[in-house]
Design a protein around this ligand. Structure first.
Ligand SMILES: [Zn+2]
Ligand SMILES: [Zn+2]
Length: 235
């Protein structure tokens, strides 16, 4: 395909994830992505999209594409990166996800703060415990996310926790995912008959910088073209 090669990282946590370092503000992540000469990133906190708007807004003048997203935890405790090309769609999906989550409050002293930063710079602590399985099962997830205009990608399939393989033992084709994500070891993806992307799953700045990044071919450098390129990888 004719087009442009774009360096990406489609799995980054902010300070809104309880396990995300507090230095991971949307602004800091955008600054670091620009410093690393990335072209496109996604903000993917656990079960929530609250810090996407601030990152998108801050990145606007810096030539960086930011896809809104989240790392959904399914009812089986499997992590799936859900990406969108539209903030409103991601927030609609978040609303649904939230309606399926057990109403547990975060214990910040044990699990960490969940700091939401709005585009105007104001902040608040998210009370719902985010690091918890939603009520949404893996089977049927791909078309569900698609119905919100998004793309569901099983996360870090080479990890020994919260991955499809570690919970169910394998990724089979009838789960319906046309694209998967690898964290570090692409050889594991060789056993899977679908293409893969490789992202950092960074929870702190060091993990973000200490990384070799990969590129995706898109028609142009725009949110829509990047999202379409991801969709097309799996078809
Ligand atoms: Zn994960
Ligand atoms: Zn993650």
């Amino acid at each position: 395909m004719q087009g442009v090669e774009l360096l990406y990282d489609f799995h980054i946590h902010t300070c809104l994830s309880p396990c995300g370092n507090e230095e991971m503000t949307p602004q800091m992540i955008v600054d670091c992505a620009v410093a690393k000469e990335l072209d496109c990133i996604a903000i993917t906190d656990h079960n929530i999209c609250g810090n996407c708007a601030a990152a998108i807004e801050y990145a606007k003048d810096q030539g960086l594409i930011v896809l809104p997203g989240m790392e959904l935890q399914t009812s089986e405790d499997i992590h799936v990166v859900c990406l969108f090309d539209d903030l409103e769609n991601s927030l609609s999906f978040e609303k649904y996800v939230r309606s399926t989550m057990p109403p547990m409050k975060n214990n910040a002293e044990v699990f960490g703060n969940q700091t939401c930063i709005l585009p105007d710079g104001s902040t608040y602590e998210e009370e719902q415990m985010l690091l918890v399985g939603s009520g949404i099962p893996l089977y049927g997830l791909y078309p569900l996310v698609q119905s919100y205009g998004g793309l569901a990608i099983p996360a870090h399939i080479d990890r020994e926790s919260f991955s499809v393989g570690s919970v169910l033992g394998m990724l089979d084709t009838y789960m319906g995912f046309p694209l998967v994500e690898v964290w570090k070891d692409p050889t594991l993806a060789d056993n899977v008959s679908v293409p893969y992307i490789q992202s950092s799953d960074a929870h702190n700045i060091d993990a973000f910088f200490d990384r070799e990044y990969h590129s995706i071919t898109a028609e142009e450098k725009s949110v829509k073209a990047v999202f379409d390129a991801l969709k097309n990888m799996g078809t």
